[in-house]
Design a binder for this molecule. Structure first.
Ligand code: ATP
Ligand code: MG
Length: 233
């Protein structure tokens, strides 16, 4: 199973700024994403990286333009259709994790499986092995008892529960130190380079940028200097 090709055209997202004005948050004429790529969205805080990830994953609907994955236009789908598309194809690692504090690490990883027809036993096995892979303590009753870096790794494990074809990762190493950061960087690199998934990350982390196949630099929602880097090793 490889990734999906994605293509955005004429993508625009704006918000109300004052009574009559609108502020453009993302304005992107064209972006193509291929399986096997690890594309890094770079740029200063507020440049639109998270918003672009939300648009590319269908969590946000653009004011104009299209986002299509393997030809399937997300904007043409109903909200339920987009949810289903994400469940079947994508994993999203949120900048703020969005974990459920009252649940254990494993139960958090299992939340995308609540409505799945797969066996609970096999999903739990996969959740446990993902947590183990990322070095997260599995014996805590509540995820809120974990450190922030551990919580980040729970969020990463949750995004990978269904072995997604497309991975969206918003600052996935921001709370991690050297060793656990390297683990996550290597995992994202392998998802692209070895498993040929399509990986899009927003990041300032030099270690993550170093393994990306391409950097898309944003400033005020616009691409400023798309820069080709070495292919992922
Ligand atoms: N719904 C919204 N309403 C108003 N402003 C918004 C909304 N969503 C995003 N913005 C603004 O759009 C800009 C881009 O935000 P975004 O979160 O995409 O930036 P970012 O590049 O991810 O920043 P960071 O590196 O801090 O995570 C910011 O100025 C933000 O305040
Ligand atoms: Mg952000």
């Amino acid at each position: 199973m490889t990734g999906l090709p994605g293509e955005a055209h004429g993508l625009r997202f704006d918000v109300r700024a004052g009574r009559r004005e609108r502020q453009t948050i993302v304005d992107l004429p064209h972006l193509r994403l291929e399986p096997g790529e690890l594309v890094a969205l770079a740029g200063p805080s507020g440049s639109g990286k998270s918003t672009l990830l939300y648009l590319l994953s269908g969590l946000l609907v653009p004011a104009a333009g299209t986002v299509a994955w393997a030809g399937a236009d997300l904007a043409a789908m109903s909200e339920t259709g987009r949810d289903r598309w994400r469940r079947d194809n994508a994993g999203f690692i949120f900048q703020n994790f969005h974990l459920i504090d009252e649940l254990s690490p494993a139960d958090n990883v299992l939340t995308p499986g609540w409505f799945s027809s797969l066996s609970v036993k096999s999903l739990r096995h996969r959740a446990e092995s993902l947590l183990e892979r990322f070095g997260v303590p599995r014996d805590r009753s509540h995820v809120s008892l974990l450190s922030r870096g551990e919580q980040q790794r729970v969020a990463i494990a949750r995004a990978l529960l269904f072995d997604p074809k497309v991975i969206f990762a918003d600052e996935p190493t921001a709370s991690l130190d050297g060793a656990s950061g390297a683990l996550v960087v290597a995992a994202l690199r392998d998802l692209a380079a070895v498993e040929r998934r399509t990986v899009v990350v927003a990041s300032h982390d030099p270690a993550l940028l170093a393994v990306s196949t391409r950097t898309v630099a944003l400033d005020h929602g616009r691409i400023v200097q798309p820069k080709a880097l070495e292919p992922a090793r």
